[in-house]
Design a protein around this ligand. Sequence first.
Ligand code: ASP
Length: 317
Amino acid sequence: MGVTLYAMGGTISMAGADRLDGAALAAAVPGLETLGAPLEIRDREPVGGGSLTFERVLEVAASAAEAVDAGAPGIVITQGTDTLEETAYLLDLVWRHGAPLVLTGAMRNPTLAGHDGAANLLAAARVAESPAARGLGVLVAFNDEIHAARFVRKRHSTSTAAFVSPDTGPIGHLVEGRVRILTRPQRPEPLPAPGATARVGLYTVTLDDDPALLTAFAAGLDGLVVAGFGVGHVPAVLVEPLGALAARMPVVLTSRTGAGSVHRDTYRAPGSETDLLGRGLIDGGYLHPYQARVLLKALLGGGASRPAVAAAFAERG
Ligand code: ASP
């Protein structure tokens, strides 16, 4: 049995006004015939990455798990790149199989010179069927690099090298079409797929921020992620409202910088990390704000208690 391909839309499938389905995508890839077996194709409604939802992604995760149980050596998902770092992390949270689940897409659509989707799809399929990639959870294959879902970010709006792992670098490469895994990050135990939805917001603090904006934004939320300055700082005027919010729901502190961890115990000023953690905010560690939101939404959607949320961030952050 071959790798199962789920085609979910995005630039990789945009041929002018038409959308390429999985079969058309695969037909345009020279070299796919060198795989151990032809791709098994499962189309999903094609949408832009921005219109994907937890529900759609988790449905594919469940179907992919069945495909692996039925003998697929691995899974490829093609989708819009705009949310790929978030969907990859969500899938990695719940993926229990040794078989690799590999996401990819394209920055140039198939009508453009140098369309990268064909190369990316071939690379993803090679990773998905590679024994070397087993046990690594969810991966992103892009631009001949292999990234762990836990660390990957989309860091450029147009470059074909848009996907990077700022804290670690890629965990492997495609070299002459061969899958070379250079390092094997440890994965925490997967979570159960969340059975319900939770309303979790992401608030990015900014210069001369306004506490009224934060309070209005947070009304009605079940959980909040704060993307703070630097190592996890906010303007002093946000301290009181954040403390009040943390008393009623989980509020996770992350950094808006794009790489590196927030601190726990260095600064003492109002709005510093020690001030905020002392008021009940949860340390997001190395998780970037979009990932922290995915984790918090998955935990709360699974009914996690406040201590369970804190423990999950302590383990994964
Ligand atoms: N806007 C597109 C999407 O996410 C971008 C892409 O696929 O690269 O669907």
